[in-house]
Design a protein around this ligand. Sequence first.
Ligand SMILES: Nc1ncnc2c1ncn2[C@@H]1O[C@H](COP(=O)(O)OP(=O)(O)OP(=O)(O)O)[C@@H](O)[C@H]1O
Ligand SMILES: [Mg+2]
Length: 226
Amino acid sequence: MLQVQKLSKRFRGPQGREVLSGLDLDLAAGEYVAIMGVSGSGKSTLLNVLGGLLRPDAGSVCLEGVELTELDDASLTRLRRRRIGFVFQAFHLLPHLSAAQNIALPLQLDGVPRRQALARAAALLEGVALAERADALPGELSGGELQRVAVARALAHEPALVLADEPTGNLDHGVGLRVLALLREQLGRTGGSGLLVTHSLEAARSADRILVLEQGRLHAWRGETG
Ligand SMILES: Nc1ncnc2c1ncn2[C@@H]1O[C@H](COP(=O)(O)OP(=O)(O)OP(=O)(O)O)[C@@H](O)[C@H]1O
Ligand SMILES: [Mg+2]
């Protein structure tokens, strides 16, 4: 469902360097893959490119037969809203909307009636153990709570592709496992594919396979010592 070929991305500026250099990735429909790699190795950059938020310098990103690098910004935004669920490392919640409204908004933007969108938000908040904070504003939520709202928002429209950037980084062990279970359960039920970026080997092990981003490319994980 996702084919990435020879992807390259360089950041300009004094310390500009090539973060992704000729990266390949093939993600099958329904497949759930974890990506590990040291801080600064380019994991967020990769997800941003795959989610159409950042333009690569070279290479091809083909999602469900659509070449993302050929789309204009408006088409990319539409495709992202319909087919991709993005859990940002920095959450990006809208500060003036409640937790439930943040989750419901993308659905409403895509034509789902308000009442139905809020019902879906309520169910997802329940799923991430946050039902009682539905009406709180982001400024009133803890880091881990914000993270769970961000996960719920990414899953709300049952996207074909979930891109999750360290979605359990701020969570305690138990809640982290619950969030990963929710993600896995939904991917299994909807046939969606997922890319999970994580620093936690335990979280990575919840995926079908583990890749490591190193020197601009993805390699199969070679075990604890690899
Ligand atoms: N907009 C930017 N301009 C210049 N350099 C950038 C920019 N964004 C990221 N970088 C650099 O690119 C490299 C990769 O960053 P990226 O955020 O993809 O790493 P990461 O693997 O997600 O790290 P972490 O595990 O800390 O989240 C880093 O060295 C970072 O400083
Ligand atoms: Mg990152």
